[in-house]
Design a protein around this ligand. Structure first.
Ligand SMILES: *Cc1c(COP(=O)(O)O)cnc(C)c1O
Length: 372
């Protein structure tokens, strides 16, 4: 390959010298949150010790958990009929816990199979009872969200499960499915990235490590009337009702403590309408750059493109490897696509600043000029 001597690999850093992080998860956190945590370790306010070393039933931790819950309610516009739970086991445990609670004996639930995680949720539900595939895009390598007119819906379904954003394939539901049954949503990779209509949902879950905090806590929102439909009896640890009624066991205190700070940061930005506008802008800039030439090629169908995970390819795997390596040297990390699909993936979650996207675009300009 010819390499004009004038083309130097650019170098990008944030104002404080951090690299730009496009990791799919665990992912970038707001820097102000990290600094606040640093400030509060090893001593939290007047405690004389850190929040990590005291009881999860202490007034200090209780205040943090309550603040996180009320911020979540406020951000999403949830009324008192919603329970907010901080569970463990990741989104992966929810794949099993949801049907265990809500798949009634003799009944069935519908699943939209739009990616790897959606399929895993379906497979775990099959271990519990009868579930139906209402639609799948697996035959198209999950490059799109199936058109709603093609969905085969059961009006008697206990719920419709969907994955609002497909982290690996870079696709996202443009809006909520419009169905007559309650929605159950794996929102792990786009939770709090845009406004939603809570009235459509029975339950929403999200592993925190993509868009809301560190790994270790799974946020679960469940509506009271939906909760009352659950099967009984259940092992208490897997019964949403037990967690809704009381603090059943030790929650992941450090993760919840950081989530609360991220929620305050989000509220300070102007909440969901503000972050939605920023996220739209970031995605628009990046897709526009991808579409600008044949050198880069988006993998998702345009109508299904994710505003959180932007997946694209280069003309060869050799160039993709080179891109990832050089980008890392330039201070742009986490751009490697998921091992199931290869290629590149830029995860541009809430805490990814617009400057990161601008830096990536200028690196893409440089790289195409040099190797295109
Ligand atoms: C990352 C991810 C998961 C898996 O989450 P774990 O916390 O590792 O169990 C599930 N669903 C979606 C949409 C994801 O992005």
């Amino acid at each position: 390959m010819t390499q004009p001597a004038t083309l130097q690999t650019p170098v990008f850093r944030t104002a404080t010298g951090r690299v730009y992080n496009f990791s799919a998860g665990p992912a970038v956190l707001p820097e102000s949150v990290l600094l606040e945590v640093k400030e509060e370790l090893p001593m939290y306010r007047q405690l004389g010790t850190s929040i990590l070393e005291i009881s999860h039933r202490s007034p200090e931790y209780t205040a943090i958990a309550e603040s996180a819950k009320s911020l979540l309610r406020k951000l999403l516009g949830l009324d008192e009929t919603w329970h907010v739970l901080f569970l463990q086991g990741g989104a992966s445990l929810q794949f099993y816990q949801v049907p265990l609670n809500f798949l009634p004996p003799g009944g069935s639930a519908d699943y939209l199979i739009t990616g790897h995680w959606a399929k895993r949720a379906f497979q775990d539900a099959q271990l519990v009872g009868r579930v139906r595939v209402a639609a799948s895009s697996e035959d198209r390598q999950f490059c799109a969200i199936p058109d709603p007119s093609s969905w085969d819906l059961d009006p008697q379904a206990a719920y419709l499960h969907f994955t609002s954003n497909n982290t690996i394939y870079g696709t996202q539901f443009p809006s909520e499915p419009e169905v007559s049954v309650p929605l159950v949503c794996d929102a792990s990779s786009d939770f709090l990235s845009r406004r939603i209509d809570p009235r459509r949902y029975g339950l929403i879950y999200a592993g925190a490590q993509k868009n809301v905090g560190p790994a270790g806590v799974t946020l679960v929102l469940v509506r009271e009337d939906f909760l009352q439909r659950r099967n009984q009896p259940l092992p208490p640890m897997l019964d949403y009702g037990v967690h809704a009624a009381k603090l059943f066991n030790t929650p992941p205190v450090f993760a919840v403590y950081i989530v609360e700070k991220v929620l305050r940061w989000l509220e300070g930005l102007g909440g969901l309408p503000a972050i939605e506008a920023i996220n739209n802008r970031k995605a628009e800039l990046l897709y526009r750059r991808i579409d600008q030439s044949d050198f880069y090629r988006g993998t998702a169908e345009p109508a299904s493109r994710s505003k959180m995970n932007v997946t694209f390819r280069l003309p060869s795997e050799t160039l993709e490897k080179q891109f990832i390596e050089e980008a890392q040297q330039a201070g742009l990390i986490g751009l490697k696509g998921h091992r199931l699909v290869g290629g590149l993936r830029a995860s541009i979650y809430n805490a990814c600043p617009i400057e990161a996207v601008e830096a990536l675009i200028s690196f893409m300009d440089y790289f195409e000029q040099r190797y295109g």
